[in-house]
Design a binder for this molecule. Sequence first.
Ligand code: PLP
Length: 388
Amino acid sequence: MTRPYDDDTLAVRAGSLRSEFQEHSEAVYLTSSFVFQNAAEAAARFSGAEPGNIYARFTNPSVTMFEQRLAALEGAERCVAFASGMAAILATVMGLMKAGEHVVASRSIFGSTVQLFNNILAKFGVETTFVSPTDPEEWRQAVRPNTRLFFVESPSNPLTEISDIRALAAIAHEARAWLAVDNCFCTPILQRPLDLGADIVIHSATKYLDGQGRVLGGAVLGSQTLMEGVYTFLRTAGPTLSAFNAWVLYKGLETLPIRMDAHARNALALAQWLESQPGVARVLYPGLPSHPQHVLALAQQKSGGGIVAFELQGGKDAAWRLIDQTRLMSITANLGDVRTTITHPATTTHSRMTPEQRAAAGISDGLVRIAVGLESVDDLKADLQGGL
Ligand SMILES: *Cc1c(COP(=O)(O)O)cnc(C)c1O
């Protein structure tokens, strides 16, 4: 879709609604329901003949502002907001698929997403085949006559593998399936999957869209037609984003362009520095020329993003020692925060995998993931220096 303004402008202006009080900063509408002028208006709202708010499980002006601002940034016809990223993924499948249909998904996706496909959706007759994020041929081979959805995250967590979104969209469309991209790591500031041919974009707004680690939220974006199915599930089942969280999130979007650029600038500087440190076996950051998919990454992303992974020669002991001697970085698995976080994937986010599964996925015991925040990069280097 053509966008009327640049990101910087859309982030602070798109989707603004004003009440009769003409507030300058967008208000938060804490109300569960809405009143009508008369019985005829109530009837028209309920029948859908007239647009407008009825009940906050369906719509709320605060949620609408978040949806419209994010839709403008992603270049999507429509956005539907959710209480969390996982609710957004669930609603995509529940709204668009039925029992007996099939999903092809990347093997390198968020742990709860794997559980959702394997343990929950499988019970309702939706089967998933997991394939390599970096080999489009595997996706083609996995297609069945009943395949409806391709699901991918790029870059992946924690190895920052890049999937060729254009190639996957072409294979999905040949198979008459939709491509959904979880765009959590890049946000629309660094990557717009719909422009690359994807049909659906999914967000955990909990991460960079909030940006300060305050609230949970999620979103699904795409064409009016597809989002009607997703919205119908929301309206009926009720995994609705709260008005307060929506307000936090649309205020968060205002600083998203400058934050994403600053995250990426810090991450690149830290990744370059890590490459020259003793004891570091390899650094995985899409913005480095040494990244195996550097060229593809920069063909579809504006920059390498804010996540850096690296492997220590000393294995788990070295990784734990490095993590434990940091004073500034937060030891937590969360990401997308202004504060830098440091994680040991093998014993936290990926600990439920068997050692063999981890080895096959390339997640070694010496691997450390840093979600680079907005502190001074010199202070971040100093925080790591003593442990390397
Ligand atoms: C965190 C995350 C999710 C889940 O989002 P919640 O808001 O925690 O439900 C989904 N995908 C990715 C890539 C994530 O990082």
